[in-house]
Design a binder for this molecule. Structure first.
Ligand code: DGY
Length: 323
């Protein structure tokens, strides 16, 4: 009997994915550089499953071309804003994603970015390379930044990752922990977290970390008006999705030094253009959507993504299914 086909949109997922799938499936893996939409369409007719990443849009066209053999879309990510969930569900196709395994690595990265910018770690590093550490062995006010101690930290979105950020920043003896969420989160309230309307959180926080997931309601939630509410010493970190923030308005306040700095791992368009004005600012640290990227976590994500597909074949519960 021929095995059902799983199409994987790239060939650099950790090998555990293939190892888990190959017994039960014929694995068809895209092995060239970047899969274009037309190449995607050419390769999915008659497949049982698709394993994709946030780079691959899953829309009605994909579903129509794949046809009624398609039973599962499994994304190698916790975020699923690249999948048109309503359409996929309407076709009776199940959707898997990879939450939990990446919570800690993503949250620790958010705190890392926050410290990198607030304590000017990269600025200091680059300054030495530019031979600017010349005045003295040690200079009292050189590269002073802001510490977390006694500060107000605001977390936008308190799901798994936001909650983990809350626990981590609590260890820095902060003064207040604010969070914006649809409803109160007991775990965060137990840490002294105060549930706040978003404007209030933005107005009062010294550090703002965005961990909210992207959907129709949260798209552009950090808009120009809200960006202009930030304190002049505010440090802004985004480890969620670029489309949550008005990037142009954020760039402007950073250029004009209306806020202290930003640590950004996600952008409206990825990869970010190397001519983007954000790259010219020394109060901004830019990284390449790598918040969850540890070896351990990426292997786990591959395992979960494969197991989600196998679960559909075996008509079982997925490790993590989008309902
Ligand atoms: C996710 O999982 O959604 C990340 O943004 C990519 O790993």
């Amino acid at each position: 009997m021929t095995k059902p086909v799983v199409f994987i949109t790239r060939n650099d997922f950790p090998c555990i994915m293939n190892e888990l799938l190959k017994e039960k499936f014929q694995v068809k893996c895209w092995s060239e550089k970047k899969l274009t939409k037309s190449q995607f369409l050419e390769n999915i007719k008659g497949v049982f499953g698709i394993i994709c990443s946030p780079s691959n849009k899953i829309d009605k066209e994909i579903l129509d071309v794949a046809g009624n053999t398609l039973k599962v879309v499994s994304t190698f990510s916790v975020g699923y804003d690249h999948i048109n969930v309503k359409d996929v569900k309407a076709y009776g196709i199940r959707i898997g994603h990879t939450p939990d395994v990446l919570t800690e690595s993503t949250a620790e990265y958010g705190v890392g970015l926050l410290l990198t910018i607030s304590r000017r770690i990269i600025e200091s590093h680059l300054s030495i390379h530019k031979n600017e550490w010349t005045t003295d062995v040690w200079t009292p006010m050189y590269m002073c930044g802001q510490g977390l101690e006694n500060s107000v930290v605001g977390i936008v979105g308190c799901g798994r990752i936001g909650t983990s950020v809350a626990k981590k920043v609590k260890a820095f003896n902060i003064k207040r922990l604010l969070y914006y969420n649809r409803k109160e989160k007991q775990e965060v309230a137990n840490l002294g977290g105060e549930l706040k309307p978003i404007d209030e959180l933005i107005r009062e926080s010294d550090f703002i970390i965005v961990t909210i997931s992207l959907n129709e309601e949260t798209k552009g939630i950090i808009n120009k008006e809200r960006i202009n509410l930030m304190k002049s010493n505010a440090i802004f970190v985004n480890i969620a999705r670029g489309a949550i923030v008005d990037q142009k308005a954020l760039t402007e306040v950073l250029q004009n030094k209306k806020i202290a700095g930003a640590g950004l791992d996600v952008f409206e368009t990825e990869p970010i253009d190397t001519n983007d004005p954000l790259l010219k600012l020394n109060n901004v640290v830019i990284t390449a959507h790598i918040a969850s990227a540890t070896f351990h976590v990426r292997n786990k994500m591959a395992e979960v993504a494969a197991k989600n597909v196998i679960a559909v074949l075996e008509n079982r519960d997925m490790v993590a299914e989008i309902q």
